[in-house]
Write a new protein. Structure first.
Length: 248
């Protein structure tokens, strides 16, 4: 081969590892290959006489789907289906929380084919889920009525009336929204102007409707938890991986 000739990295890795082309592609996409000391994750990358390093622990098995948990800033919308450009903008690798405890190394493939589940209002902040795992997507969409959302909501309006025993009862009675009444609702006052709400099957606009029914107006809203998964201490605008033992 002359200096000007080049081939796909996947073909070179297949030759070096004596494996199939599809296995070579998975090894490359899995972050196991360096070209001249630089990690390359694209199987179609062209190489000629560069030095190819394949991690001896490289595993050609299919990579498990990942789930990313973003602390969404207020005013950032969430699309139900995101293209790769949107993901790159919103979930940049550098925004991975430095204290992420998953033990996972970010790969470009982790930002492909992500579905945004359980969307929040654009003006709300807090936990938003992006997943490649169809089981989690189904849990948070088809089985959404069984998943509890925990939120902190700052409100204005007739606060005094809503802090009486009768007012608290009214808050916990709930209201129908889009033809559904929540099967589980727990509302309490966190401080003078903030409510803590735990609500199963919450939909966009549901909390505002609940507050309006008792003379309150939502000023800010933050989702802290979905089912058994908490946002924890992830800073605004950063994200972490869902850990193996966490369940929604």
């Amino acid at each position: 081969m002359t200096m000007t000739e080049s081939i796909r990295l996947a073909k070179r890795v297949a030759e070096l590892r004596a494996c199939s082309r599809s296995e070579a592609e998975r090894i490359i996409a899995g972050g196991w290959v360096k070209v001249d000391g630089v990690l390359v994750e694209e199987p179609q990358f062209r190489v000629a006489d560069q030095q190819i390093e394949i991690d001896p622990h490289a595993n050609p098995a299919e990579t498990e789907p990942v789930t990313l948990l973003l602390h969404k800033p207020a005013s950032l919308g969430t699309d139900l289906i995101l293209d790769q450009a949107s993901v790159a903008e919103r979930l940049n690798i550098v925004n991975l929380w430095s204290e992420d405890a998953s033990g996972m190394h970010p790969l470009k493939m982790h930002f492909n084919q992500l579905t945004a589940c359980a969307p929040l209002e654009a003006e709300a902040s807090g936990l938003v889920v992006y997943t490649q795992d169809w089981r989690i997507a189904r849990k948070l969409t088809e089985d959404a009525a069984t998943v509890e959302h925990e939120l902190v909501v700052e409100v204005a309006g007739d606060l005094a009336a809503c802090k009486t025993p009768e007012g608290i009862k009214r808050l916990n009675r709930g209201v129908a929204f889009n033809g559904r009444t929540p099967t589980s609702l727990k509302v309490s006052w966190q401080n003078e102007s903030r409510l803590r709400i735990a609500l199963k099957g919450a939909q966009v606009g549901h909390v505002a409707k609940l507050c309006e029914a008792v003379g309150l107006q939502v000023l800010t809203m933050k989702r802290l938890r979905l089912g058994g998964v908490s946002m924890g201490k992830v800073p605004v605008g950063q994200w972490r991986y869902l850990r193996a033992k966490e369940r929604f």
